[in-house]
Design a protein around this ligand. Sequence first.
Ligand code: SAM
Length: 284
Amino acid sequence: MQRQSSYAKDNGKLYLVPTPIGNLEDITIRAKQILTEADYVAAEDTRTSGILLEKIGVHNRMISFHKYNSKQRAPELIELMKKGATIAEISDAGMPVISDPGYILVQECIKNDIPVVPLPGPSAFATALIASGFDAQPFTYYGFLSRKSSEQKEVFKQMRDFHGTSIFYEAPHRLAKTLKNLASVLPADRQVVAARELTKIHEEFIRGTISEVSTYFAENAPRGEFVILVSPNTDAPKQLGWPELIELVNKNVEDGQSKKDAIKEVAKEHHVSKNELYDTYHQG
Ligand code: SAM
């Protein structure tokens, strides 16, 4: 077990700092302050971030940290933080770590007992989700999918069956093909939203059935950045939590079943492990 205070004094630490996904005014006051005060800014692309920092009036030392150098760069950053340096990690846009670099560095910090301090802020998937009109609980975020059609189809089957909202990112030049592939797996009337150019001047939501949205993009070449959301499968059985499952076991026992049989039956019907249900039942 490890307990880590984000506000331990005089220690090096890693700040994970979200940056705007389009609208520069979405930088937070705190993000600006941390980017100004950190000893270093580790940036995915120092040129892209240099332009952003210039625009928001932040002048600081930058270190390049991207997916191709992160394995080699992470130990160097760890050494700096061990000596007391604070590092603010940013990606080109949105939250670091979310389909962006940062994960390896966070892992290394945790291993080395260096505090990791996350700042809240913009991320494209959460921004799209809250305006999609689909239930936000539960949701599954997939990031970018495989480019292979067969591998995409496996993921699309999960989306087809999932009783929550599914979200993924796609590049504009691949979108029409990916939606066609999605349409081959989903029922034609399943609702889909394409959230385009979020927070920017051309922000737009294209909502409709998968059949409509797929046809639309086959006829109108997609431009800009996209988040794709697939509505929940409302026919799928809702996954019950442990308290509800235990209630069902108790009900079956009241109706005359043995505890063992009741646990076995409820576990089978609700696709949970019999042993886990047994343990949870007897702990409670
Ligand atoms: N770290 C980012 C985040 O927190 O959302 C994601 C970075 S990922 C490399 C870039 C992808 O995010 C884009 O290809 C697009 O799918 C999505 N994205 C980023 N900005 C967007 C925007 N303004 N509107 C729609 N999608 C966006």
